[in-house]
Design a protein. Structure first.
Length: 350
């Protein structure tokens, strides 16, 4: 029997719950205890073209993600290669992906040579096998240009959960494998290790990963609820109570500019650091640039005590009719500055 590669740290249920709770304003969370139901949801998401992340049990040792810290997708959809490389992994578009295949089906899809008698030939994703010519058109996302594939074989005995997930996808599609790549979306960072790492990486994908499954939790990204922010009327005729935007902890500001001989060429750049936000990372010390001055002002105002209407009223009282701060104390203009609605929604979401 091959040695288990899953010898990394085992996250506790408490660690998982605490990580989810810390990021709950950004997450839509569905606890699903029934494994079969959860695997069906995952398989259908993959079958529909979605990209999912799976985090469970002990992590893998070594450079390969083998199903415990993995990003999974449909091997039948060639366009996913470019999409995952460019939008999820943020790397060169030509980088290949590997299949995780049911061990008992491997010889039907791959030329295993002398190992045809042993379907579980590559539990560590350590060999390259040629995809059978008759099958290459069915799984283009995991077939390299030379017809080869870096194969992982999965058995029910060694990896029962992963085997059941792939089997659920097999039942839906007739393809006994999924595309598998390591769960990391931040450039230069290794495969995620802790529950907090997983959530940060998921959120940092900015929606390119449709779903994160962590232990029993099926997690999706929660978009900004503009109806709640605006206090709009519900379908039943009741008015929603307006929510009060709140930043994720303390905000540190830094403004830089270069003085030249041409004063008009000075372009200040303001960036902020919010150590407590779920998407915080240590790249550039955790700093990121603001879109504009308005975003910086909103970060300062959003302390959880004011509704959107109250925030707009505050801007209204501080700005003149042209959208700039009024320099005339007697100016009684009550026109709101013209704020681009899409930009404002993006700012509130951020």
């Amino acid at each position: 029997e091959p040695l288990s590669p899953y010898l990394g740290p085992m996250p506790s249920k408490m660690e998982i719950r605490e990580a989810i709770e810390a990021a709950s304003p950004w997450l839509q969370i569905d606890p699903i205890k029934d494994d079969d139901r959860r695997f069906e949801i995952m398989a259908r998401e993959i079958e529909s073209g979605g990209v999912i992340a799976w985090y469970h049990s002990r992590s893998e040792l070594g450079p390969r993600a083998l199903g415990h810290r993995s990003i999974l997708a449909d091997p039948r959809k060639k366009a996913l290669v470019r999409f995952i490389n460019e939008h999820v992994k943020k790397r060169e578009s030509f980088r290949p992906f590997a299949p995780s295949c049911l061990a008992e089906e491997a010889s039907n899809w791959f030329d295993l040579g002398d190992n045809d008698f042993n379907d579980n030939v590559s539990p560590y994703m350590s060999i390259t096998a040629n995809v059978k010519e008759s099958k290459r058109g069915q799984i283009p996302a995991v077939t390299h240009v030379d017809g080869s594939s870096r194969l992982q074989t999965v058995t029910a005995k060694a990896e029962p959960l992963y085997h059941r997930l792939i089997s659920a996808f097999f039942d839906l599609t007739g393809v006994p494998m999924v595309l598998n790549t390591s769960f990391n979306t931040l450039k230069g960072e290794p495969i995620v290790e802790t529950p907090s790492n997983a959530i940060r990486s998921f959120l940092s994908s900015m929606g390119s990963i449709e779903m994160l499954v962590m232990d029993e939790y099926v997690i999706r990204r929660r978009d900004c609820d503009m109806k709640s922010l605006m206090g709009e009327e519900r379908d039943d005729g009741l008015i929603r109570e307006q929510s009060k935007p709140k930043r994720a902890g303390d905000v540190f500001y830094e403004t830089k500019f270069t003085i030249t001989d041409d004063p008009e060429s000075i372009q200040p750049v303001t960036r902020v650091c919010i150590p407590d936000r779920p998407m915080h990372n240590e790249k550039d010390g955790g700093w990121f640039e603001l879109l504009d001055d308005l975003e910086g002002e909103l970060l300062g105002i959003c302390d959880g005590s004011s509704t959107l209407n109250e925030i707009l009223t505050q801007f209204k009282s501080e700005m003149g009719g042209d959208g700039m701060p009024s320099s005339n104390e007697d100016d009684e203009s009550t026109e709101l500055p013209e704020l681009d609605q899409i930009l404002f929604e993006n700012i509130m979401r951020r």
